[in-house]
Design a protein around this ligand. Structure first.
Ligand code: UD1
Ligand code: CA
Length: 459
């Protein structure tokens, strides 16, 4: 097989985004655009991937790490100039080179594979991936001759009125014979509306040198959207979101309303899990089978077992077991570990705490920095008092303990195995196992109190 290489253009600032964040780092469904591109390119079996970086080079390198090699484009003089920076890595190598823009996050490996195959079959020196756009404004247009062969690509800003009516656009993805590409690049000039070295000009140059130039039309325009501004970013997000939902549905996940369900590109969800509307699943979340998630829940970087129910709740960076019930209106904060069959109910906040199997905090509690054993019952209004204004302290509640309603557990403190804490207690000292702790003022009933109030008639 012909050796394959890839060049990813990621040096532009993205002025039209009007953002502090460099364009290719803007996330689509939680993943930076350039990472989407790299992930697809990685499926093509390429020998070398070169990312051309410039604006925000450090941040882009931080994102991509060792997934590719880098070429620095110090000044952004155009897309041809950008590809030229990859010359030290690629010039003179035999094989085909795919060039992709870092701002086309929806491009798929399947389409790039089809492009390469088309290129090989046509024995072309350059093949451009094109698409038919309803609104081609802003894109380079594909100018074909009467025989239907590609003549050149003309940028929107350089196009004549007539050329602007062409709806076939340049997607910014190409396949080149590697050696031909680097020869042609030396001939590109910047005599155009933007004073830039356009990569698109190599098409005309290769053609003039007698090389075959071909075009391959992408199955849909949607896949080739180039994100130059926030409007296109939202559009890309919408399309990617639908694509992700469709993939989960194909895998056997029920999504009641895909249009109001936001699932990150990295999430994995087991079959027969049902996702209700208004649910946002972010980061590298893993959800098992037969769960019910939502409505209106936000889950980020969580690992969730099977048959777990999460309704109207927020859970971040935590592990949640199987057969767990969470919510409505619960908040599981980072570094919590909730074992199987636990119930975290209405208005309960859990922070950096572990819950053993079968334990319950069903109503109105704050459990922070706590180690809760198995089969513990935390009554309504149980509070771990974990913070003295300076330091945080641990609360330990051992297996089978029963904490009554409205109990303050002043940390550091331990409630022993099988112990009871009476409702309304403020516990400052450890409670031994199997003991009953009562820490509240005794009730006093003052007889006939009401009758003795001045001006009050005896009834
Ligand atoms: C480019 C194409 C246009 C095509 C469109 C598809 C050219 C001249 N035009 O236009 O035909 O329809 O993409 O989306 O190629 N970049 C660099 N260095 C530079 C300039 C750009 O690395 O000096 C990178 C950008 O970061 C971006 C990509 O190249 O990822 C494309 O640049 P951009 O300015 O967005 O080009 P478009 O105007 O969209
Ligand atoms: Ca672009």
């Amino acid at each position: 097989m012909m050796k394959r290489y890839a060049v990813i253009l990621a040096a532009g600032q993205g002025t039209r985004m009007k953002s502090k964040l460099y364009k290719v780092l803007h996330p689509v469904c939680g993943k930076p655009m350039v990472q989407h591109v790299i992930d697809q390119v990685a499926k093509l079996g390429v020998e070398k991937t070169i990312a051309v970086v410039g604006f925000g080079a450090e941040q882009v390198k931080e994102q991509l790490g060792t997934q590719c090699e880098y070429a620095l484009q110090e000044e952004q003089l155009g897309t041809a100039h950008a590809v030229m920076q990859a010359a030290p890595h690629l010039r003179g190598l035999e094989g085909v080179t795919i060039v992709v823009c870092g701002d086309t996050p929806l491009i798929t490996a399947e389409t790039m594979e089809a492009l390469i195959r088309h290129h090989m079959a046509a024995q072309a020196k350059a093949t451009v991936l094109t698409a038919i756009a309803d609104d081609p404004a802003g894109y380079g247009r594909i100018v074909r001759n009467q025989a239907g062969h590609v003549e050149k690509i003309v940028e929107h800003k350089d196009a004549s009125e007539q050329e602007r009516n062409i709806r076939e656009i340049n997607t910014g993805t190409y396949c080149f014979d590697n050696e031909t590409l680097f020869q042609a690049l030396t001939k590109v000039t910047n005599h155009n509306a933007q004073g830039e070295y356009y990569l698109t000009d190599v098409i005309e140059i290769i053609k003039a040198d007698g090389g075959i130039v071909s075009a391959y039309q992408a199955p849909s325009f949607e896949e080739t959207i180039g994100v130059n501004d926030r409007i296109a970013l939202a559009e890309a997000e919408r399309i990617m979101r639908a694509r992700i939902c469709r993939q989960h549905m194909k895998n056997g996940v029920t999504i009641i309303d895909p249009a109001s369900t936001y699932i990150s590109a990295e999430a994995a969800i087991g079959c027969d899990t049902v996702i209700y509307p208004g649910t946002v699943i972010e980061g590298e979340t893993v959800i098992g089978e037969d769960c019910v998630i939502g409505p209106n829940s936000e889950i980020k970087n969580c690992y969730i077992g099977h048959r777990t129910l999460i309704r109207h709740s927020v859970a971040h960076d935590s592990e949640i077991g199987s057969d767990v019930t969470i919510g409505p209106f619960a908040h599981i904060r980072p570094l919590s570990k909730i074992d199987d069959e636990v119930r975290i109910g209405n208005f309960v906040e859990v922070k950096k705490s572990t819950f053993g199997k079968g334990s319950k905090a069903s109503h109105l509690s704050y459990i922070g920095d706590a180690q809760v054993g198995a089969d513990v019952n935390l009554g309504c209004g149980s509070i771990t008092v974990n913070y003295d204004g300076v330091h945080k302290y641990m609360t330990k509640i051992e297996d089978g303990a029963f904490i009554g309603c409205n109990v303050n557990l002043i940390a550091p403190v331990t409630v022993g195995q099988g112990a009871y804490v009476a409702a309304g207690s403020t516990i400052t000292d450890d409670v031994p196992g199997h003991a009953l702790a009562i820490a509240r003022a005794r009730q006093v009933n003052k007889e006939n109190y009401a009758d003795r109030l001045p001006g009050k008639k005896k009834s």
